[in-house]
Structure formats: C-alpha cells, structure tokens
Design a protein around this ligand. Structure first.
Ligand SMILES: Nc1ncnc2c1ncn2[C@@H]1O[C@H](COP(=O)(O)OP(=O)(O)O)[C@@H](O)[C@H]1O
Ligand SMILES: [Mg+2]
Length: 392
C-alpha cells in the first residue's frame, strides 16, 4: 500500500478559477492527520490559463449579458474538460499517478452569484451557479470529485461565501497571535482568527474589489492586449485622484455591516465604466493608481471598522494574485503600520496556490462527512456538509 494510505495520509487535488477568470489554479496536496485537524503539504501547483476566446466567453456570460441555456450548458462541459486537463497536468508534473488521488475538490467557475435574497414569485430566493462539470472531471481522472460547494450553505440560509475561512482557521490559527488571512483575488476578502480561537470565534467577509477594477482598466487602456498591471508598475506612474477615490468610498457596500459578499455583479465592468471610464480627461495611470489605492484603503477601513477595535491582531497574511502587485502590498503595509504584513508563502501556502489548497481541504472534509461552512461567516443557520460527489 502506498505510504500515504498506510499513514492515513491522502492525496487530493484542489481546483478553482476565481472571479479574475485568469485561469484554473490546480493544487496537488498531501493531507495527513484527521480531517478535523488536517496537516497539508503542497506537492504541486499549476495555473492552467484560459485562452483569450474562452476567457471572453466566460466574462461575457458572467457579466450578465444575454446567454442562451445552450451556451451555458456547453460552457459547463467545456470547462469540465479544461478543469480535468489542469488536474492531469499538475499530477503529471508532480509525477503522481492519477490512481493515487483520494479525491478532487473543484470550486468550478462562478458565472452567477446572488448571495442576498431577491423576491421571486413571492418567495425570497438566493442562488449561485458554478460551472465546470464534475462528471467530466471524474470520468477523465478516475477520481471522486467533490463540486458545487456553495449551494448547501445557501440552502441553509447562508450567502454561500466565503468558504475559505474554515480552512484558514484549520491551517493558520495560533494560540498566542491574532491573525488576519487576506486574499486578494478579483475580490478581496479576509478571515479573522483571534488568538486561541474556537471555530465560532472566526469571521470574515469580502471587503470589496481586489484586482477586479485594476484588471478592467488595464484591459480597457491596453485595448485587450494586457489583462493585469504587472507588479503595479503602470499604476505606480500615476497619482491618486482623491475626489474619485472619495466618491467610490461612499458606495453603500463599503459601509454595510458584515456578513457581506461581492462579485462581478457589484464590481464588474459596469462599475468600472460608471466610476472610472466615464471620467473624461483623466489619465490612464491616474485612474489605475486610484483603483489600486482603493483596494488597500477598503481593506484597511474594514479592519479598522469591524476588527481592530475589539480584537487584538498581530499579523496579516496576504495571498492571491494581488500579492504580486508590489504597489498594492506596500500601500497595505504603510496603512497598517502596527501589523506584521507577510505573504502566505511564509506559512507554507504559496500565494497563488492558497485558494486551490483550500478546496482540496474542503473536499477532504466532505469525503469524511464533515461540515465545511462557518455559520457565523456565511450567515447560515447551521454548519452543513458542502458539495456533491461525482464518482468515476
Ligand atoms: N505579477 C502580477 N502583478 C500584479 N498583479 C498580478 C500579478 N499576477 C497576478 N496578478 C493579479 O492577480 C489576479 C489573479 O489573482 P487570483 O488570486 O487568481 O484571483 P481570482 O481568485 O479572482 O482568480 C490577476 O487577474 C491579476 O490582477
Ligand atoms: Mg485566478
């Protein structure tokens, strides 16, 4: 029997494509110890980039433009193939045969998320839709696939997001130091883990845009040639347009009490056009600098308003693609001089891999019949087992 089975360890792949829609992050991890107290080691990681046409297709559908059921159905199966290829690739590079995988946890690609209820035919309805068909992934890999993590939480009255906080608690909690785990993807969100926390002490929420507005502006001003501001260098040439920053900061989302979650519905192309692109005469680098300032400002405001007054925090652990934006991270350090700001790599969780690792851990929980949400974080009535399992 392979070593990982004899010692109770298991190999799990976690897959996610976030709101940036840059590509599929695939993490191959070895999980050891009981599922209630997992220890995780990263064996391999890859980002499987979407081609420009695929990305455009997803962006268009996720932006809420008219799409037929046929287009969405085809996209679901197409992405199933791509998520399966990402799995094959990460396993091949790490020289791990597919037969050794205990499970695959896939978040899929969100194309719609309505976390707070709207009234539909006299009922209050929340809903969410992640695509990348798990049956296809299971068939191509021969491994059981856990997918569709969000609906069970929403069925129990939650917003279906964020789900990473439980994993942050499991992997980053500390007996003596209060920790905030911040992920800067398309959207930014953080998890607050007080010193010596129990699961019910943990909370977290979306603070607003991470890279989404920056990416939207870069796409616009580079005429689609670029998709992000590498290192934050373009923004670094500009200046913050203070009246614009002040105007955006007045948006109700930033004032709202948590729990709260956001996506392209809130901060997508429409938002970029309304606040940034219709500002005539403004220079691209100044708009970019302002959008880049918005992220650390809203993160800091959220910490000040909802966290630091009542909880002692020692360190801020940063992950997500935004961790590569030097301007953004250095502004964050400047705005939070009392916190030790560090990248998640220092905790054995490379910044690009962290969210994919989280979905491997969540899949491991589901395979063991353990709940994956934190009710205080999502607003659910109770902790529930997340996901649906496709067996090969
Ligand atoms: N070298 C870099 N410099 C600046 N930003 C980067 C860099 N690499 C990635 N990013 C940003 O990170 C985003 C992807 O981050 P990711 O964590 O994958 O987000 P998501 O979970 O939304 O997909 C990119 O769209 C880009 O904005
Ligand atoms: Mg991504």
């Amino acid at each position: 029997m392979p070593e990982e089975h004899s010692r109770g360890a298991r190999l799990v792949v976690g897959l996610i494509s976030g709101t940036s829609m840059d590509g599929i992050d695939a993490a191959l991890v070895r999980i050891s110890g009981p599922a209630t107290q997992p220890r995780v080691r990263l064996l391999g990681f890859e980002t499987y980039r979407y081609s420009a046409p695929v990305r455009r297709r997803i962006l268009r559908i996720a932006a809420g433009e008219a799409a037929t059921a046929g287009e969405i159905s085809q996209l679901n199966f197409l992405l199933g193939e791509l998520f399966a290829e990402a799995t094959l690739r990460v396993c091949r590079t790490a020289r791990v045969p597919l037969g050794r995988l205990a499970a695959i946890g896939t978040h899929g690609q969100t194309i719609y998320h309505q976390g707070s209820p709207t009234r539909e035919a006299g009922r209050l309805v929340t809903s969410t839709l992640q695509v990348a068909e798990p049956a296809v992934i299971a068939e191509r890999t021969g491994a059981p696939v856990v997918a569709d993590f969000r609906p069970a939480d929403m069925a129990a009255g939650g917003q279906g997001a964020p789900l990473v906080p439980l994993v942050d608690y499991l992997l980053l909690r500390d007996a003596r130091r209060g920790t905030v785990a911040l992920n800067i993807g398309g959207i930014a969100n953080f998890t607050v883990i007080p010193a010596n926390a129990r699961p019910e002490d943990v909370f977290g929420f979306d603070t607003g845009p991470g890279n989404m507005i920056i990416d939207g502006l870069v796409r616009h001003f580079s005429h689609g040639q670029k998709t992000y501001d590498a290192g934050g260098r373009w923004a670094a040439r500009g200046r913050v347009i203070e009246p614009l920053l002040a105007q955006v900061l007045r948006e109700p989302f930033f004032q709202r009490q948590p729990p709260k979650s956001a996506g392209r519905e809130e901060f997508g192309q429409r938002f970029v056009e309304h606040f940034f692109l219709k500002r005539r005469g403004a220079r691209a680098e100044d708009l970019l600098r302002t959008a880049t300032e918005l992220t650390p400002r809203t993160i800091t405001d959220a910490l000040d308003r909802f966290v630091l007054g009542s909880i002692s925090i020692h360190r801020l652990i940063v992950s997500g693609g935004g961790a590569h934006n030097r301007l953004l991270v250095s502004r964050l350090s400047q705005l939070l001089p009392r916190l030790r700001v560090q990248l998640s790599d220092a905790c054995g969780l490379p910044v690009d891999a962290k969210e994919a690792i989280a979905f491997a851990v969540l899949a491991d929980r589901t395979m063991h019949g353990l709940p994956g949400n934190l009710p205080r974080v999502t607003g659910a009535r109770r902790a529930v087992v997340l996901g649906k399992i496709s067996r090969p």
